[in-house]
Ligand binder design. Structure first.
Ligand SMILES: Nc1nc2c(ncn2[C@@H]2O[C@H](COP(=O)(O)OP(=O)(O)OP(=O)(O)O)[C@@H](O)[C@H]2O)c(=O)[nH]1
Ligand SMILES: [Mg+2]
Length: 307
């Protein structure tokens, strides 16, 4: 570590960049692209992300600590309140706020509440107008003007997380906005959550992708056992639902749905762990877990640290 510090140039920068925006604006997709690793799960459904996720990007010039957060929403459940607390906690240590607006859904993702959240506590604001691949250049120009006139951010960039448009420019802008200082974390560290967390998230992603309507929102995943056996890592995970009827949906006819969820999740987990995996999935009912603090804590949604 001492050697690392000595080798860092005097103009080395480091700090926290907190990504904030409405559900489905593309925060997690952009976070993964900026960090250069698939750490956050993504789905076409809003409210996919429930926890803050730290991703560390270390170069010879800087250490950028990106924080993906849940989408801004009006809390309807205790779970939503906790998601909201995560955003607030993340903002407390932010050096830069990276606001994300969806150009293909501008009105919803740049409403009054979002603007207020972006202006919060005077944190320097850099704004990414995302999904520009879905709109015309004229629309991009118009939305940029609207943002400039209403918020006057430090910088506004029109990007596409999916196509990689303006990502190098965004990285340079963010790096320059960070304070001078040494690294916070060792240079080979990418994240601070344990592997179990990412495994549970990848199972949740498979559920978000495969189950329709409201069921994914009533689901949590808990990894109960994680053993790095040879030749396969053994993982036992419970899929938690709120009611018996949901249990039936997750299992599906003759167990077909659960089998499919397992197949898709296993593929992504194997890629993430770079190891073959035996995934043992079970379904369990925790009645109304989204409203009960004890269960929310048990599932990792309460008292999880922002960084
Ligand atoms: N066309 C296009 N789609 C995008 C882009 N960025 C994200 N998406 C899609 O938008 C959807 C939502 O992306 P997420 O990254 O999960 O959005 P999020 O803001 O993290 O959503 P929450 O976690 O629910 O708040 C997914 O289907 C992505 O593939 C983009 O630049 N262009
Ligand atoms: Mg997300």
């Amino acid at each position: 570590m001492a050697d690392d510090l000595l080798s860092q140039p005097a103009d080395h920068r480091s700090g926290h960049i907190v990504i904030v925006g409405k559900p489905n604006a593309g925060k997690s997709t952009l976070f993964n692209v900026l960090v250069g690793e698939r750490l956050a799960i993504i789905s076409p459904k809003p409210q996919t992300t429930r926890n803050n996720i730290l991703g560390i990007l270390t170069t010879s010039r800087s250490q950028m600590l990106f924080l993906d957060t849940p989408g801004l929403l009006d809390p309807r459940y205790r779970l939503h309140e906790l998601m909201h607390h995560q955003i607030q906690a993340g903002l407390k240590s932010a050096d830069v706020l990276l606001g994300i607006v969806d150009a293909s859904d501008f009105k919803r993702t740049f409403d009054e509440d979002t603007q207020k959240a972006f202006q919060k506590s005077g944190i320097p604001l850099i704004l990414a107008l995302n999904k520009t691949d879905l709109v015309t250049p004229d629309e991009v120009k118009h939305y940029k003007t609207v943002v400039e006139q209403s918020l006057n951010p430090q910088t506004i960039l029109a990007v596409s997380a999916i196509e990689g448009t303006q990502i190098p420019e965004l990285l340079t802008t963010l790096e320059q906005a960070l304070p001078l200082g040494p690294q916070f974390y060792p240079e080979d560290m990418l994240a601070d959550q344990p592997e179990r967390f990412f495994v549970a998230e990848l199972i949740r992603e498979a559920i978000f992708t495969q189950l329709r309507q409201e069921v994914p929102y009533a689901i949590a995943v808990k990894v109960e056992e994680f053993r790095e056996n040879r030749p396969k890592t053994y993982i036992f995970a419970n899929i938690i639902v709120e009611k018996n009827s949901q249990k039936g949906i997750v299992i599906g006819k003759g167990g077909k749905m659960l089998k499919n969820i397992g197949k898709n999740a296993r593929k992504n987990i194997e890629e993430f762990l770079e190891s073959p995996v035996y995934l043992d999935l079970h379904v369990k009912v925790y009645e109304n877990w989204r409203k009960k603090d004890a269960l929310l804590q048990n599932l990792g949604y309460l008292a999880s640290k922002p960084y």
